[in-house]
Design a protein around this ligand. Sequence first.
Ligand SMILES: Cc1ncc(COP(=O)(O)O)c(C=O)c1O
Length: 329
Amino acid sequence: MKAPRFTDLIGNTPLIDLTRLVSENSAELYAKCEFINPGFSLKDRMANYILDVAEAQGKLKRGDVIVCSSSGNTGCSFAMLGKIRGYHVVIVTSNKCSIEKQNHIKALNADLIVVTQDTYMSYGENYAKENGYFDVNQYNNIYNPEAYYQTLGPEIWKQTNGEITHFVMTGSTFGCISGTGSFLKECNPKVKVILADPVNSNIYAYYYSNYSNSKNDLSLNSSLSEFSIIEGAGKSAPTKCLDFSVIDEVVKISDEEAISTCHQLAKEEGLLVGGSSGLNVFAAKLIANRLDRKQVVVTVLCDSGIKYLSKIYNQEFLSKNGLKSVKMV
Ligand SMILES: Cc1ncc(COP(=O)(O)O)c(C=O)c1O
């Protein structure tokens, strides 16, 4: 009998129909179920690809130490894949990372270092440099967008029979939107790529100040003071993985909009997904509602809601964080 190993199940996730969530005669809306990956997020694709490349290039050998700064999911993926490939894995995350993701990383036998939101990226970089360890460096590693260029992009193209017209995705390293967007635009230059940016991120301002001809200028730090509880979305500045040339539009989404959409997905579709998926679906609905039925909008359900039961699915947490108006339904 032939059956795959668990971690061979990365990628080839289903595409589901969410068109019933948009208004009548608007575009069709579909979503990639990335929470079905073995580590319950899209990040398995990237971790798997980066390890394959590093091993092929002779940059990693059994027993080496891998250091990864992560808002949580990349940490879960490297903990899962690194350990079974024979490496010691150290994950550096911020105190914003949900307790569920922290425990997920620890349960997979990786070491976990928790520092502040402002320092976790530089902490990991310095820690790897000082000790001569392999640094995943997901924010600047070209193999991060390439992983999505090689996998998610082709899957979406195939699953939509080449009919996709709009791709909507949030970003943190921006590997997913850059790699997937680049592949889709190579297939059809008319495909529009839309970045969904949360309130505490500066990318909307960067885009309209520096890259777009549109007049949506914002002062660069105007939105940074706002707090967001969405994990894995937004950045204070562009990363090296962010390819602005593939982005046609940036939309700003509030936590209320993102989290209400998560609750709607749970109630109406039986879908329990993380906050960045709610952000994506809200933005994708916005885009779909201004188009007609001939258009096909695709977005990404980035990770599982099980990772945030103590946060976005917890009324007490929501109220404490000023999201009283977001009621669990
Ligand atoms: C839950 C979640 N959604 C979205 C993203 C964004 O993906 P990318 O880093 O490719 O921009 C991440 C990345 O950390 C994430 O963890």
